[in-house]
Design a protein around this ligand. Structure first.
Ligand SMILES: Nc1ncnc2c1ncn2[C@@H]1O[C@H](COP(=O)(O)OP(=O)(O)OP(=O)(O)O)[C@@H](O)[C@H]1O
Ligand SMILES: [Mg+2]
Length: 278
């Protein structure tokens, strides 16, 4: 079984939309797929998939991770590191081919573990400086967010290496790309491409901005479902190919050793541990 974790601490980049599209595409391609919703606040992926089931649309299985009663009672920040691994192991034993984990910027312990367990990390972002800074600004730069996504990925890779595991693949997905090229889009794409080597991710993929993707929240319908009038538009067909291109990443070797940036090699202790414990 392969595990795909979709992440990025910047909100609204398209993580859940991508999780749902990939989950539906994989299921339609005959892969036994489970989706794990780690966003306990919005539960967007869970509601999309519930809507789909209500509309009798073929869907991946899904699990929503809940807070424990104590978390709910005390309103404490949950610390559940270690509870995802048995779930992933059980799903593999149960014969699932694929697990897609949708994350949020909350509950860092679970999110961190979702990255430790991933074979492939997908990071959607929009062609916007806010997304670029929110995801890739190095620690210490004025644009760096308080909880740094890049630092977490470095730390996960450090921990996996320490455990003798290969570094997993990491891909950036430029999402909501406008039909017409823009100056800012070109600037962002160039800068992100330059950052790839330094931050240690691979190719940048793109998903266009499509009304059909936005319509997910209406009844959970995706570009992979037969339209009510039976006619697929060109936009829906192109939308399918974009998502299928991402899905094809799974048929390749799931794990690949990539060169880490030198800073990650010299870390004495992962900083993310401290952040999670905080
Ligand atoms: N390719 C796309 N085309 C059109 N709309 C999109 C696309 N991707 C995402 N959206 C829209 O962008 C908004 C944010 O998407 P989504 O909820 O998937 O982001 P998210 O990263 O999961 O957000 P959060 O951080 O809140 O979990 C939604 O309104 C969604 O419909
Ligand atoms: Mg989401």
């Amino acid at each position: 079984m392969q595990v795909v974790t979709i992440s990025g601490f910047k909100g609204g980049t398209g993580k859940t939309t991508l999780a749902c599209l990939l989950g539906v595409a994989a299921t339609k391609d005959g892969l036994r797929t489970a989706c794990l919703d780690l966003d306990r606040n919005t539960r967007n992926l869970s509601s999309f998939l519930t809507l789909r089931r209500a509309s009798r649309l073929e869907s991946p299985d899904h699990v929503m991770l809940m807070d424990t009663e104590e978390d709910a009672r005390t309103n404490a920040r949950p610390k559940h590191s270690g509870r995802l691994e048995p779930l992933v192991r059980m799903a593999a034993l149960d014969g699932y081919d694929l697990m897609i984990i949708d994350t949020s910027s909350g509950n860092l312990s679970d999110v961190y573990e979702a990255h430790l367990l991933a074979d492939l990390i997908l990071t959607p972002m929009n062609e916007s400086p806010a997304d670029m800074h929110g995801l890739f600004a190095p620690i210490g730069s004025p644009a760096a967010p308080r909880i740094n996504y890049r630092d977490m990925i470095d730390t996960v890779r450090f921990d996996r290496r320490r455990a003798g595991l290969p570094v997993q693949r990491w891909q950036v997905v430029m999402n909501r790309v406008a039909a017409l090229p823009s100056k800012i889009g070109t600037i962002i794409n160039d800068r992100v491409a330059k950052m790839a080597t330094e931050a240690g991710f691979e190719t940048i993929w793109s998903l266009r901005d499509r009304v059909s993707h936005r319509a997910l929240a209406l009844e959970g319908r995706t570009v992979f479902d037969t339209p009510v009038d039976g006619k697929l538009t060109m936009s829906e067909l192109s939308g399918r190919s974009e998502v299928r291109a991402l899905l094809s990443l799974l048929s390749r070797a799931p794990e690949r050793v990539v060169t880490l940036n030198p800073g990650a090699d010299h870390k004495a202790e992962p900083k993310m541990d401290e952040k999670i414990a905080a």
